[in-house]
Write a protein that binds this ligand. Structure first.
Ligand SMILES: Cc1ncc(COP(=O)(O)O)c(C=O)c1O
Length: 418
């Protein structure tokens, strides 16, 4: 095996760049629309703003707002703009983080430490729908909490009565998604918020996918139920700016209804020789790049720009819904409010054969395990190849149905592509 060591001598940038371009050839393109998730596109110009702003501040360290007040100011402005979109109550607060996972870990920490400060919990737990992101389990593992994952209702949204039955005096956090990643459906957040108030439990709404899309889709007149701070029981929210916010990767927000709750997220330490060490998030050093990228894209687009893009996203989503409705045997798992579309086939085992056929035609497939389904986070990167996607889907489906192709049993045990 080749042992990799630091080269004795450096190499010129042009040759390195060429080698990196070769490496890149092995990646799926984030621009050609064959990846169903992971990449979000809002036009070349927006991408350029995101990248240039990132590189301008790539070396700035937001750990030290005294040294880099620019980062502090941009972060405060990004937080304020998104709190406003999500019907900020007076006194709201938040921080920028590296991604949805970090935002969620911080929300769980804040809820745990808040509960600790208020009452003694012997073995604290969090109650989350089965469809919630695994970042909650990661957080619970790190923070020493039990997780109670509650099966979703028949319509794949959280089952509020079952969530209520699962909580007890040791529950420090309830969770709902807007929308969930596997199904693309917004949970019953109004009912969850009422439950949270009645039981006096912290409710976190994970709107990593929807936080920067739903407000605009709502404004465009599509039916989107209340999911944000408008509902008094919603205490914290996670919102990814590197998804439908169109910032460079590494940009998310953890937001609180009440600034006092944010205190439980912070970390302070002074029992070392260098005195006070304060970090608002999990990171120490934080690149100013992601903060600058989010700030610049949000100001570049403005409300008008996001509305324009969101309208196009929803029109494309409607093309997907119409395309799927026209296919034999295909069934949507509920009607999505936003643009995450999940569908299955009448015989669920056909899903795997369908995915295999699509893979052989050059599509990366995002699968759901339970029930077997195909998922796509529709955004503008998918516009150019949408017709080809449906031509291929129709052809492969025709084949699968004609042959009655059942996936071999052990296919169902395979790890589902993320
Ligand atoms: C609903 C939801 N929550 C949380 C996350 C985690 O976000 P990240 O991958 O940025 O850590 C994702 C990622 O796709 C998500 O879809």
């Amino acid at each position: 095996m080749n042992v990799i060591t630091l080269p004795e001598q450096g190499c010129d940038w042009d040759s390195l760049k060429q080698r990196m371009q070769v490496l890149q050839r092995g990646d799926w393109s984030h621009r050609d629309g064959r990846l169903p998730l992971h990449c979000y596109f809002a036009g070349e110009e927006v991408g350029k703003v995101a990248a240039e702003a990132y590189s301008m501040f790539a070396s700035a360290n937001a750990l030290a707002p005294q040294a880099f007040p620019s980062c502090g100011q941009m972060e405060r402005e990004v937080v304020a703009m998104v709190l406003d979109l999500l019907h900020r109550p007076d006194g709201g607060a938040g921080s920028m983080t590296s991604g949805g996972t970090e935002s969620i870990i911080l929300a769980v920490k804040a809820a745990r430490d808040h509960a600790r400060a208020m009452r003694h919990a012997h073995r604290p737990n969090i109650v989350i729908p089965e469809s919630a992101h695994p970042a909650f389990d990661k957080a619970a593992q790190l923070l020493g909490l039990d997780v109670r994952r509650v099966p979703v209702a028949d319509d794949y949204r959280c089952d509020v009565a079952a969530m209520e039955a699962a909580l007890d005096d040791e529950t420090v956090l309830l969770v709902a998604s807007a929308p969930s990643l596997p199904y693309g459906l917004i949970d019953r957040i109004e009912a969850m918020a009422a439950l949270a108030l009645r039981k006096r439990v912290w409710l976190h709404v994970d709107s990593c996918i929807g936080g920067m899309l739903a407000p605009f889709v709502q404004q465009l007149g599509y039916p989107v139920p209340a999911f944000d701070f408008r509902l008094p029981g919603v205490r914290s929210m996670s919102v990814d700016l590197h998804k439908f916010g169109y910032a460079a990767k590494g940009a998310s927000l953890i937001l609180y209804r009440d600034a006092a709750d944010q205190q439980f997220q912070f970390s302070r330490f002074n029992r070392w020789p260098k005195g006070d060490y304060f970090t608002p998030t999990l990171a120490g050093t934080r690149s100013g790049g992601a903060i600058a990228s989010a700030w610049a894209v949000m100001r570049f687009l403005g409300r008008e720009g996001y509305l324009h893009i969101s309208r196009q996203v929803m029109q494309l989503r409607d093309r997907y819904l119409a395309g799927l409705a026209a296919l034999p045997s295909v069934q949507l798992l509920g009607t999505p409010e936003l643009s995450v579309v999940t569908f299955t086939t009448r015989s669920p085992s056909h899903v795997f054969a369908l995915a295999d056929g699509m893979r052989s035609r050059g599509w990366y497939m995002s699968l759901v395990a339970s029930p077997p389904a195909i998922q796509q986070t529709v955004n503008l990167v998918h516009a150019a190849l949408a017709d080809q996607y449906f031509d291929d889907l129709r052809a492969v489906l025709h084949d699968v149905l004609a042959r009655g192709t059942e996936a071999p049993a052990d296919r169902q045990q395979l790890v589902v592509t993320y």
